[in-house]
Every structure is written in structure tokens, then in C-alpha cells.
Design a protein around this ligand. Structure first.
Ligand SMILES: Nc1ncnc2c1ncn2[C@@H]1O[C@H](COP(=O)(O)OP(=O)(O)OP(=O)(O)O)[C@@H](O)[C@H]1O
Ligand SMILES: [Mg+2]
Length: 252
């Protein structure tokens, strides 16, 4: 267990009797880009929600850096450095890029309710914000309304707000969803950059991206792990091929 920065043991989640994931064991090595793939409804987002404690497991355990974090709250998990992005955009479209990142920093610092410190705290975090926007190649758009950004830039901003939480383990739920070829290349480059010094767990439907970015792949089907290994191994596994062909899952 200690070889891994993150692992799950027999992780199971039932929704009103329906078993979304069952006995899932995932082992993520420190510094890896670890992809979680599988057909629609396989349970990938549910795994993310359980690992980051947005959902409570029905049974099973979650270990992070050797510690059993199964009963921690979501904020405590984030505080320990494990942070997720969402499949659906979590940025505020009416606010600027700067404001979006500043809010994420405030959230990290737990300042959200200290309104009297609001302005000073925001000011103090301006440098960090600009660094994050530079890192995600949004320096030129810093003052722009997030909702006015092209899609690829919006995705970069979502990553910037996630990085503002100072993650050492970053969970990205479908970072390429809805992006065109050029944006996919840009976000891939960004992920290659931000993986330095971090561990990344990524749900992704685009298998070219999975092949080029990931060190390890876990395949889920109908709530169960059917295969785990390097891409070449996983992609030639008959069960995986069947799961993909069977689901006709080439829409995303
Ligand atoms: N809150 C919920 N209540 C009831 N069922 C749920 C809930 N969340 C997820 N499910 C069900 O659990 C299963 C797994 O869903 P999940 O969203 O984890 O799949 P996924 O692999 O992320 O799929 P996709 O590729 O479409 O994002 C699905 O059948 C889904 O309908
Ligand atoms: Mg999902």
C-alpha cells in the first residue's frame, strides 16, 4: 500500500440498491499520470467522487499517502493535497480569469467567510494568481470575463483554479471533453507541464490522449476494474476491446 500515493480497496458505492461501483482496487504511483477509462456509466466519476469524499463509500477503503482517509470530509482531503476537477465546468462565467483564480485561492485558505479581509486577502494573492495564469498560458486574458473565453482557454482556466488548491494529487475528470484538435494539443501540453512534481489521475475518453499522456491505465466496466496496466497492455486486452466495441463508445 505504501508504494502508492493513492489506493482503493474493495471500494463500493450503491445508489438506492443500484451498484455503481463494486470492489474497485486502484493503485496510483507517486508522480504518475494514471488514466481511468471505460464506457459511459462505468463508474469513473463515481470513483473520483468517492476518492475526494464528495460521496461516501458504501464499503471499502481509500488510502492516501499511507493514511486511511475513508472517513475524512471532502475539505480535509483537499487540505491534504488531493484535489479534483469536475466534468462540468466549475468556473464563474461572469467573473474575470483573475477573480476566478483568486476565489479558488481564498477557498484554499478558508477565507470565504471573512468578508472584512476580503480585499486585503485578494490583494495578497495577486502574485500567485498571475503566476497560475501565466503557467496555464492565460496571462494575456487575465482581465477577461471567463465566459467570453474560447473553450480551450476556459478549460485551461478550470485547471488554473484547480492548481490554486495546491494539489499534489490532481484528479481531472475528462479534461479534453468538448475540445477540438488544437485545444486538445494545448491542454495535453499543459498537463505534461503540470505533472512535474505532481501525480495526476485522469478520466479521459480520448484514447490518443490516454496513450500519449498516461503511465498506467485502469479500465472500469459496469462498476468493476477489468484491467490495469500500461496502455499497450490494456489496449490489447480482449475484455477491454470487447467492453469498448460492445458499448460503441466513440462519441466523446
Ligand atoms: N447520484 C447518483 N444517483 C444514482 N445513480 C447514480 C448517481 N451517480 C451516478 N449514478 C449511476 O452510477 C453509474 C456510474 O456513473 P458515473 O457518473 O460514475 O459514470 P462515468 O463512468 O463517469 O460515466 P461518463 O463516462 O458518462 O461520465 C451510472 O449508471 C450512473 O447513472
Ligand atoms: Mg463521468
Amino acid at each position: 500500500m505504501n508504494d502508492y500515493v493513492l489506493s482503493t480497496r474493495k471500494l463500493t458505492k450503491r445508489f438506492h440498491g443500484f451498484c455503481a461501483i463494486s470492489d474497485v482496487d486502484i493503485n496510483v504511483r507517486e508522480g504518475a499520470v494514471h488514466a481511468l477509462i471505460g464506457p459511459n456509466g462505468a463508474g469513473k466519476s463515481t470513483c473520483f467522487n468517492l476518492i475526494t469524499r464528495f460521496l461516501t463509500p458504501s464499503s471499502g477503503r481509500i488510502y492516501y499517502r499511507g493514511e486511511d482517509i475513508t472517513s475524512l470530509r471532502a475539505a480535509e482531503v483537499a487540505g491534504r493535497g488531493m484535489v479534483r476537477s469536475f466534468q462540468i465546468s466549475s468556473i464563474f462565467p461572469e467573473l474575470s480569469c483573475i477573480e476566478n483564480v483568486e476565489i479558488a485561492i481564498q477557498k484554499r485558505e478558508g477565507l470565504s467567510f471573512n468578508f472584512w479581509r476580503h480585499q486585503r486577502a485578494l490583494q495578497a494573492h495577486r502574485d500567485e494568481t498571475m503566476d497560475l495564469l501565466a503557467c496555464t498560458r492565460l496571462a494575456a486574458e487575465a482581465g477577461q470575463r471567463a465566459g467570453s473565453l474560447p473553450y480551450g482557454k476556459r478549460r485551461a482556466l478550470e485547471i488554473a483554479t484547480t492548481l490554486a488548491m495546491n494539489p499534489s494529487v490532481l484528479l481531472l475528470d475528462e479534461p479534453m471533453a468538448g475540445l477540438g484538435r488544437e485545444d486538445i494539443a494545448a491542454i495535453s501540453d499543459l498537463i505534461k507541464e503540470i505533472r512535474q512534481g505532481r501525480t495526476i489521475v485522469m478520466v479521459e475518453h480520448n484514447l490518443d490522449v490516454v496513450r500519449s499522456l498516461s503511465d498506467t491505465v485502469t479500465v472500469l466496466e459496469a462498476g468493476q476494474v477489468i484491467c490495469q496496466g500500461v496502455y499497450e497492455e490494456v489496449s490489447t486486452n480482449p475484455r477491454v476491446m470487447e467492453a469498448y466495441l460492445g458499448a460503441g463508445d466513440d462519441d466523446e
